[in-house]
Design a protein around this ligand. Structure first.
Ligand SMILES: [Zn+2]
Length: 301
């Protein structure tokens, strides 16, 4: 793992305007990248380069009000920069083949993936992803709390300077890189192993494959006489990542499916031989005459 480098990425994206009708293909790309910021780090976490580029959107060319407010970007600025396929190629050159893509939370790798798929570009499957938000909460803050901490919170917690603007791709990437360095700094000289191997040991539990599909939603139609729980027990669900049939986990004294909210919500755990535990959550929707179950199958992180 010695030659593995890290790249901290931060993306800004635009989305459809409220009330505007979405063309069918748009469903693949809910968020379109308009800016990419990235900081490259060596395996010893020293900064070795910076990358920044605006991306000229093809789908959402009108600036969403909330995004304009958050990023300070103008509609005019959406006309600057190259199209995603060009910027993506430059970004690949910058990051390199074997890299760990670090980001604050899970959203950036997901949005990057959807944009790559939309433009039908090649995925660098040798990349792994690292969630810095989770790394920070567990190692620096020492909490298993599921609260999603902001970058600003983490900077304050670690006594790091807030000398750059927020919600700009490059400065947010720089901030996240500083949090990454500061979170691992206390482990640097804890024993005689090299810093690199200690870092990898600490990071490993937080690595994941960004290309694996972790979630899908399935609709199950109900007839007037159907009892939702019976229907759920008879329906087969597949693993989001590999499509293999899930085996419903039965715990002692309980059936696999349990009621969360009577007549409305049900839950079960399934198991995929390759991808492990999956959560299956079913909610009843629709009218009395025409009701259906909306079932979300998810591989937890
Ligand atoms: Zn699977």
């Amino acid at each position: 793992m010695l030659d593995t480098t890290f790249t901290v990425i931060d993306l800004e994206w635009n989305s459809a305007l409220p009330g505007s009708k979405a063309p069918t293909r748009e469903r693949d790309m809910m968020f379109e990248i308009i800016e990419i910021g990235a900081i490259r780090l060596s395996s010893r976490l020293d900064v070795t380069g910076a990358f920044h580029s605006n991306v000229r959107p093809v789908l959402y060319r009108r600036m969403h009000r909330h995004i304009a407010k958050l990023t300070g970007r103008t509609e005019q600025s959406l006309r600057s920069g190259d199209r995603f396929p060009v910027v993506y190629r430059q970004m690949l050159d910058f990051i390199g083949e074997k890299a760990i893509l670090a980001s604050w939370g899970h959203s950036d790798p997901e949005v990057l993936k959807s944009n790559i798929e939309y433009f039908q570009l090649e995925k660098p499957t040798s990349w792994l992803a690292l969630d810095l938000q989770q790394l920070f909460s567990t190692l620096a803050e020492d909490t298993s709390s599921k609260d999603q901490r902001s970058v600003e919170y983490a900077l304050d917690f670690l006594n790091l300077p807030k000398d750059l603007p927020f919600h700009e791709a490059l400065s947010d990437a720089r901030y996240a890189a500083r949090i990454f360095q500061a979170t691992l700094a206390p482990f640097k000289a804890s024993c005689d192993k090299s810093a690199v191997s200690i870092y990898m040991e600490k990071i490993r539990p937080f690595l994941y494959d960004p290309w694996v599909n972790r979630q899908y939603t399935q609709t199950v139609t109900l007839t007037k006489t159907d009892e939702p729980l019976d229907v759920l027990k008879k329906t087969a669900f597949a693993c989001p990542a590999c499509d293999n049939k899930l085996k419903i986990i039965h715990k002692p004294l309980t059936s696999g499916w349990r009621i969360v909210k009577k007549g409305r919500t049900w839950f079960a755990l399934g198991r995929c031989v390759t991808h492990g535990r999956c959560e299956i959550l079913a909610k009843r929707n629709g009218t009395k005459e025409k009701s259906y179950l909306s079932v979300r199958v998810r591989i937890p992180r």
